[in-house]
Design a protein around this ligand. Structure first.
Ligand code: GLA
Length: 751
């Protein structure tokens, strides 16, 4: 059994083969936190793990008779502000009389097999296939003054170092209360001996890893843009300062949500650390009427004592197998070509078919028609919202005509949409200007010349559902690219009363999820949805759940820039979820010229595709692309479902190396990349991971043989160019690491 309860000591111990999480119902009914980390053997009494309890100066005690229990000192499960705990609380409630104090104390708990759905049925969450995969603890807390109930939910997976947490408020009282803050979880640690690891960035440079030591006070990672955002991903980790890719402790926290979020870390005056995570409370409020329920999104907590790689591998496994739905989790994404960087808005059917047919000949499987296929869309200034096919560009039967022609050459059709946006120059805007997100009497801010539709309004969601249904019913479309190219401004909805406007941002996301839910149920199960928000502006587990199995990682397709983006993204998300395309050189975002082989070697570690016109390439490059598709197809299952390892390199950021091993560890593919060439480089050895030490592996390209132990403990010698510069032709012909800037090498190993 994974969850043990001791009635005498009032302790709950969630444990499996690798982790322990222990909490205690304190004498006054508060929930104290005792421990989270590496598995501890079960004992009947862990109460000695409470911090030393004795009276301290300048500390307030809610119960004066019991000077042992100050909330300022004790570690807590789901703390409130205002009753002697002065730190960031996990929730905040305004009562009818204007007061802010709520005193939830333990009422009861249940332990059940498996993992139930979140109560509102629409928030995405991880799941268990069967009840034997784990257990769920739900603790009921009650505020006796108002009758408000709080349910804290913890699910533990039997075979993974994973605990998921969420909370639920139920108003069983007689008056409406105002939730001002309702975090999914809070966790107190005994020390501040951590670094905060976050994924930060901007458009075209998403998910860069950033680390900072903890200090007293707050450190926050958040979004208030209405989307999880390019700027901050809803993932953070607390790692011990000595933690590396392959050793040391790290605690990961990932919020399964696509809107405003916050992860706040506070270090208090006793050097204790508190991490809270959930919906951003900035401008948030929620009116909870009698008998209503508010469910928070879920946080997935992963513990690793073997460094960042083990944490990532756990997230990858869980999100691949138990976040993406059962019907979609085995989908194999096609090798695709997307026309965006090949044509932008300048295309007609003829041009598209030329790109598609050359691509089909060399093995590409799906053609994704990007922005510009609908009326009034020759640039980004107009056309969004009507979703009427442009028969000038597609004169022979529109999208259906195109899909028929693609079918004939053995290629499937994917179609881009941006269903949350609307242009001023569109019929829907003229007919329903009130459908746009705006604040009465205020300027409406444009972003990429467009507004966003008010998805809190069910009429809007119905309109889009009907429009999209018509398009997708009308043609043989197997792939949807769901884009969103701006963030919310002037948040307000006419459908909400004045005192409910603080609900807007969360209701927007609920509207989006409900639409995606309805559409995915309508689409055939094999339909692939690629989510996108100007690249990785909404790359989060919530979208992965509703738009599986992948997201467009970044609008930046430059291979060298992508190394950092893909590496950062891999901290929490499986390679399978990252759309990665080969584009033209010089690259359209950074102007860099990178050899084709490097672009291939970077993009093939993900969901592989192209954004270029193959007709414009020379024969040698076309052959190279054809070979890369063949190689990718051979490796596709490995890349999609294998185990990913970020490898440690000696030359820091200048060199990136990673590898994928098959489930049985008998096949591996290693990618090594160097940004800038180094003359007479010191060493060209990289230690591999995840192989079978007793097996002999053949390097498929060189035919050399190496022990798995040798490759992992001594390392693989790769071909750095070093002294190779015999003549210019030889140099141009090779892509060996170091033979010029931006080089790469992919090595395939077979046991
Ligand atoms: C966004 C996407 C791109 C492309 C364009 C089309 O920027 O990220 O991939 O689809 O929109 O307008």
């Amino acid at each position: 059994m994974s969850i043990k309860y001791n009635e005498t000591t009032k302790e709950l111990h969630l444990t499996n083969h690798s982790i322990s999480y222990i909490l205690k119902i304190l004498p006054d009914g508060q929930l104290g936190h005792l421990y989270y980390g590496m598995k501890l053997s079960h004992r009947e009494d862990f109460s000695h793990l409470l911090p030393p309890l004795h009276e301290r100066a300048y500390v307030c005690y809610p119960n004066d008779a019991n000077k042992d229990l100050s909330y300022d000192i004790v570690k807590r499960e789901y703390p409130e502000y205002g009753r002697s705990d002065y730190h960031e609380g996990a929730f905040s409630i305004n009562h009818e009389n204007g007061s802010i104090i709520t005193d939830f104390s333990y009422d009861s708990h249940t332990i059940e097999e498996g993992k139930p759905l979140l109560v509102d049925g629409i928030l995405p969450a991880t799941y268990m296939d069967s009840d034997s995969e784990g257990q769920t603890l739900e603790i009921k807390m009650v505020d006796n003054v108002t009758g408000l109930e709080l349910y804290l939910s913890y699910s533990i997976y039997e075979s993974l170092p994973v605990i998921t947490r969420s909370s639920k408020f139920v108003n069983t009282g007689k008056t409406t209360v105002g939730l001002q803050k309702a975090m999914s979880m809070s966790l107190d640690f005994e020390s501040m001996d951590f670094e905060l690891l976050q994924l930060s960035g901007a458009w075209a440079r998403e998910n860069h890893m950033e680390m900072s030591p903890l200090r007293h006070g707050h450190q926050s990672v958040s979004s208030s843009r209405g989307a999880s955002s390019h700027q901050s991903n809803p993932f953070v980790a607390l790692k011990s300062p000595s933690c590396t890719e392959n050793s040391g402790e790290v605690y990961g926290f990932s919020l399964v949500y696509s809107g405003n979020f916050k992860a706040d870390v506070t270090v208090n005056h006793y050097n204790q650390t508190r991490l809270i995570m959930g919906i951003n409370d900035h401008n948030f409020s929620w009116q909870l009427k009698p008998s209503e329920v508010f469910q928070t999104p879920e946080v997935v907590m992963v513990y690793s004592d073997m460094g960042l790689n083990q944490m990532s591998q756990t997230y990858h496994h869980l999100y691949r197998e138990r976040l993406i739905s059962k019907t979609k989790r085995n989908i194999m994404p096609p090798v695709l070509i997307n026309n965006w960087e090949a044509t932008y808005f300048d295309f007609d059917e003829d041009k598209l078919l030329k790109i598609a047919s050359t691509a089909a000949e060399i093995g590409v499987e799906t053609f994704v028609l990007d922005d510009g296929w609908f009326e009034n869309r020759n640039d980004d200034k107009s056309g969004l919202g009507d979703w009427n096919i442009d028969y000038n560009k597609l004169p022979n039967g529109g999208v259906k005509g195109l899909s028929d022609k693609l079918d004939a050459i053995g290629m499937k059709l994917g179609l881009w949409v941006e269903p949350e946006s609307v242009s001023e120059i569109s019929t829907v805007y003229q007919l329903h200007p009130e459908w746009v997100i705006q604040t009465p009497g205020r300027n409406k801010t444009l972003g990429r010349n467009q507004y966003l539709l008010d998805y809190t309004n069910p009429d809007v969601v119905d309109y889009i559902y009907n429009k999209l249904s018509k398009i997708y019913d009308g043609a043989n479309i197997t792939y949807v690219k769901w884009d969103m190219n701006r963030n919310i401004t002037e948040p307000y909805s006419k459908t909400l009363q004045a005192h409910r406007q603080g609900e807007f941002m969360h209701r927007y996301i609920l509207g989006l999820y409900s639409l995606l839910d309805k559409l995915t149920k309508k689409f055939p199960p094999e339909m692939i949805i690629e989510s996108c928000a100007g690249g990785g502006g909404r790359f989060d587990p919530g979208m992965l759940y509703y738009a599986p199995p992948l997201a467009w990682t970044s609008d930046n397709t430059d291979a060298i820039a992508r190394l950092q983006i893909q590496k950062g993204t891999s901290l929490c998300y499986p390679l399978r979820s990252m759309g990665c395309h080969v584009s033209m050189a010089p690259n359209h975002q950074v102007g860099r010229y990178t050899k084709l082989q490097t672009r291939i070697d970077v993009a093939s570690f993900g969901a592989y595709g192209f954004q270029l016109d193959i007709n414009k390439m020379n024969e040698e490059d076309v052959t190279r692309i054809k070979e890369s598709i063949l190689r990718y197809k051979e490796m596709r299952e490995l890349i999609q479902f294998g185990q990913f390892h970020r490898l440690e390199t000696e030359s820091g950021d200048n060199m990136t190396a990673w590898m994928m091993t098959s489930k049985d560890k008998t096949i591996a593919v290693v990618g090594i990349y160097q940004a800038l060439a180094i003359a007479n480089p010191p060493k060209s050895i990289i230690r591999l991971q995840g192989l079978l030490p007793e097996k002999i592996y053949k390097n498929v390209l060189t035919d050399t043989q190496h022990g798995g132990d040798e490759l992992m403990y001594r390392g693989l010698t790769f071909n750095d160019a070093g002294h190779y510069y015999v003549n210019e032709d030889a140099l141009l012909a090779t892509n060996q690491v170091g033979a010029g800037d931006f080089t790469s090498e992919v090595i395939i190993l077979q046991a």
